[in-house]
Design a protein around this ligand. Structure first.
Ligand code: 8LH
Length: 470
């Protein structure tokens, strides 16, 4: 049952006993060094396969003077040039519709997903049936680690369209033997209907973005429903920071009275749940036998040791249709060495993914992530449900303001004290001050998907001054 081969082979009839902690005990708990040896073998196989089937990779590696046979260690692999999302986009524009990194005949592509294309040309994901099944099996395994079992009913409450997140959760739940409920999100009035369907169907597990779950909780309250009475036991999230941000996680847990699990990397490297929780604490494992993850210096792009902070670079080890070999994420994280005390012997990302490097901004020399601000304001007892982060340039100096909704019932006489308290907390966490502005409840739009809370006036200023958009 527990095969680990290239190309991957899965026994579709296999499922562990309900009380078994690990779906694949050997692959999940083997000594990390032994796993690394197998991973190196797999990387060589995947690279040889891509060399043979993909003009994109052959060209790229030829230009860098690299041949798959020259990769003799994971250190050698760390020198293979990274792939950037722009390269994939450009290659697809030239080689419609799936790019010259499609390694199977076009007729074998049985599923199409894609990026939403809000910035630049959308990218199409062409997925063979074999890859679709590998992703389903991998996701079933990670969802099993979250404690999801065949007795559960899993509600998928993210858009069921191009977004691979929703489909990945759906096929993982299906493979695991759970009852899966593709409700989706994003249509008018859908959030209220979600609540009534949840109750009728006895949904026990929710999948969505963290922001949407908070919106769902707020909508429930406005309908006179206590979210904790909905009967959820587990919630797993992807798509944006939140489930590993302490105050957001605490808010989700306390509102729904359910356990919270983080997961998710990038759609391109599905099974995206390869960054996925396997225990009841914040953070995610890097399930290295599914997608090999390196954390690299964002400037030099060289791999960094455990303990360091950097950007994840991903290599799919089970994908045959559009394999990704050293795809640069441009996100930021910190990773820790495998620790056998955790059971699974994978590297661990204790704070998950903090956010995109592009979303980081610098105010008076301090690098700031929106998720760090979320953590402070959402921990406050008088927080009203949404906020916006506004960065402006004032006489050549960047300044930060945070508009925060207060809870209904906070007297206006208490606003100055409250905003000062938040401002002081932000200063102690971020190292720079922020102007906190109290806003009435429900000032800001809620999201059905991934939150966009940063308003960057400097980008507008640069555009006006002729620099063009970021
Ligand atoms: C995250 C997280 C996370 C994704 N914590 N940031 O939903 C998972 C996959 C399918 C997904 O969202 O893919 P997509 O749409 O390509 O977006 C990828 C980006 O989303 C990724 O680079 C991160 O910036 C962010 N993201 N999951 C924090 N658990």
């Amino acid at each position: 049952m527990e095969q680990w081969t290239w190309p991957p082979r899965y026994d579709e009839g296999y499922r562990p006993a309900d009380d078994q902690r690990y779906w694949f005990p050997r692959r999940e708990t083997m000594p990390a060094e032994q796993r690394d040896e197998k991973i190196l073998e797999r990387i060589r196989e995947v690279m040889a396969y891509a060399w043979e089937h993909s003009p994109f990779y052959r060209r790229k590696w030829d230009d860098a003077g690299i041949h798959p046979s020259s990769i003799r260690s994971l250190e050698d692999f760390g020198k293979v040039p990274v792939v950037r999302k722009e390269e994939l986009r450009a290659d697809q524009a030239e080689h419609e519709p799936f790019g010259s990194y499609l390694c199977v005949p076009g007729a074998e592509v049985k599923h199409v997903n894609g990026t939403s294309g809000t910035t630049g040309r959308p990218t199409a994901f062409g997925i063979s049936e074999r890859d679709w099944r590998s992703v389903a099996n991998a996701h079933a395994r990670v969802m099993w680690a979250m404690g999801i079992r065949p007795r559960d009913t899993v509600l998928v409450a993210s858009p069921l369209s191009l977004y691979w997140g929703s489909w990945g959760a759906y096929i993982g739940g299906e493979r695991l033997g759970a009852r899966v409920f593709p409700f989706g999100a994003g249509q008018n009035g859908q959030t209220k209907r979600t609540l009534s369907w949840m109750r009728q169907m006895g949904v026990s597990v929710l999948y969505s973005t963290p922001s949407y779950a908070l919106h769902l909780a707020e909508t429930a309250r406005s309908e006179g429903i206590d979210p904790a009475s909905l009967g959820l036991t587990r919630m797993f999230f992807s798509g944006e920071p939140g489930a590993s941000v302490p105050s957001v996680r605490a808010m989700l847990e306390s509102k729904f009275g359910a356990k919270v699990y983080d997961s998710g990397s990038m759609a391109e490297v599905s099974p995206w749940m390869h960054l996925g929780a396997g225990q009841d604490e914040p953070g995610v494992f890097a399930w290295q036998d599914l997608v090999y993850t390196e954390v690299c210096d964002p400037g030099t792009l060289t791999p960094l040791p455990y303990g360091a902070e950097g950007t994840p670079v991903y290599t799919t080890l089970e994908r045959t249709s559009q394999p990704m070999i050293r795809l640069l994420s441009n996100d930021l994280t910190r990773w820790e060495a495998p620790d056998a005390a955790r059971g699974r012997t994978y590297p661990f990302l204790p704070k998950g993914i903090y956010g995109r490097i592009d979303d980081m901004f610098t105010v008076r020399g301090e690098n700031i992530y929106p998720s760090a601000i979320d953590d402070v304001v959402m921990a406050d007892a008088d927080y009203g449900g949404e906020h916006r982060i506004v960065i402006t340039r004032d006489a050549a100096m960047d300044t930060l303001a945070v508009q925060v909704e207060h809870r209904a019932g906070l007297a206006s006489a208490d606003h100055p004290g409250w905003t000062e308290r938040l401002s002081a907390r932000l200063r102690s966490v971020l190292g720079v001050g922020a102007d906190v502005v109290a806003m009435p409840p429900n000032t800001f739009d809620r999201t059905d998907f991934k939150a966009r809370r940063v308003i960057d006036d400097r980008a507008l200023l640069r555009e006006i001054q002729g620099g063009g958009p970021r």
